[in-house]
Write a protein that binds this ligand. Structure first.
Ligand code: CTP
Length: 364
């Protein structure tokens, strides 16, 4: 309740409704990530009276305004259809009825509305009953065909709230996953994967693999790795936990990856690295996400050894020291410094003088 009340709108029209996640979260007693408000009619025209307009998108009938220092998003009620299944819907009508607006949504628990004026909950689809029974139910049989990302959203909500797919919804999901149309928006798939895997939950990942949800990304078979990814990610903080989960799939080529994300995948060594020197050299210019993927796919012990010990070891001598020792600059420098590194990995206590002694030995 607290979240909703911070927006002070004096509305007497009974045309403004909190909608979607914010209503669901309030009923579950959870803090909402964002507040969505819909206006039954054209929100852009209606909100003009609220003061400062920050931005508006007439194609979708959405507008952001500043009310008493707070930025709030308003949407017009709108109906949508999916002429291209799996891609962004097109808006058919702006200013439709509240009922038509909620019927375009993903699950019944996300199709609840609450009047800003009276506080009444409007439930056209049985969302209240499903909230009570902890069920995720789609609103119609074509829901996953229209928008397959809803399968990933279902996984996210089921684990976040401890809910289950209702039986018919599960059958629809299985039906879709056994006959996927890969002509879909992978930008949307990626966005949902990032949100879902950022929960950093082993349970999410196990369902993702065991229920075949991964097939949305690649038809290549995937086995559940033995390593507990959640524990690994908790042990070694990473900026992009989602790629550590998603990277377990051998083929992410359909997803629009950034250069950084692609490099994380490309840097994972194909073979098991046998020596400390090999581990060090393989990972010294890689991100931790790469090392975690190596842990999952190849060798957890080696990866942890690198992250816990090896990566903290640094040799002290530099090319400049080699010059001072009278060694002419050449590609040999790398070989010399690598030999110092080999010795230092065996004995991390070596001082700079010890390192110089190692070099002297090389030329003895
Ligand atoms: N929605 C949908 N289909 C999608 C994405 C969103 O029907 N593929 C609808 C749902 O009704 C959802 C609303 O749009 O409640 C807002 O979407 P979003 O902000 O992504 O979801 P929330 O339910 O607010 O969830 P979260 O708490 O994760 O923000």
């Amino acid at each position: 309740m607290a979240v909703m009340n911070i927006i002070n709108i004096n509305d007497t029209s009974n045309k403004l409704f909190y909608i979607g996640g914010v209503v669901r979260d309030e009923l579950l007693g959870r803090k909402s990530l964002d507040i969505d408000i819909t206006y039954v009619g054209n929100a852009i025209e209606y909100c003009a009276r609220f003061g400062k307009i920050i931005r508006e998108n007439p194609d979708f009938g959405t507008i952001r305004v500043n009310i008493g220092g707070q930025e709030v998003d308003f949407a017009s009620t709108r109906s949508e259809s999916y002429p291209r299944k799996g891609h962004l819907p097109v808006v058919d009508k702006i200013g439709c009825s509240l009922k038509e607006d909620v019927l375009r949504r993903d699950f019944t628990i996300n199709a609840l509305a609450k009047s800003v004026t009276t506080g009444e909950i409007i439930d056209y689809t049985g969302g209240l009953e499903d909230l009570k029974n902890k069920k995720l139910r789609v609103l119609h049989d074509e829901s996953f065909v229209d928008d397959p990302t809803r399968i990933i959203r279902g996984l996210k909500f089921s684990v976040r709230f401890g809910f289950e797919l209702d039986e018919h919804t599960r059958i629809l999901q299985e039906k879709y996953l056994s006959n996927i149309n890969y002509d879909m928006s992978f930008k949307r798939v990626k966005k949902e994967l990032i949100e879902t895997f950022s929960l950093n939950s082993q349970k999410v990942f196990e369902i993702f693999i065991n229920d075949g949800i991964y097939k949305l990304v690649t038809p290549n078979e995937v086995k559940l790795p033995k390593v507990n990814i959640e524990k690994l990610v908790n042990d070694y903080a990473v900026e992009l936990p989602w790629i550590v989960y998603a990277g377990v799939l051998s083929d992410l080529s359909r997803l629009p990856l950034t250069k950084t994300e692609q490099k994380i995948l490309d840097d994972v060594p194909e073979n098991i690295l046998k020596t400390d020197f090999e581990l060090y050299k393989a990972f010294e210019n890689s991100r931790t996400e790469t090392v975690l993927l190596y842990a999952i796919l190849k060798d957890e012990t080696g990866a942890r050894h690198y992250l816990d010990e090896l990566r903290n070891i640094k040799i002290s001598v530099t090319g400049k020291d080699l010059q001072k020792l009278g060694i002419k600059p050449s590609p040999k420098y790398n070989e010399i410094l690598d030999e110092v590194l080999r010795q230092k990995l065996k004995n991390p206590c070596l001082t700079i003088d010890d390192e110089i002694a190692v070099i002297a030995d090389l030329f003895a």
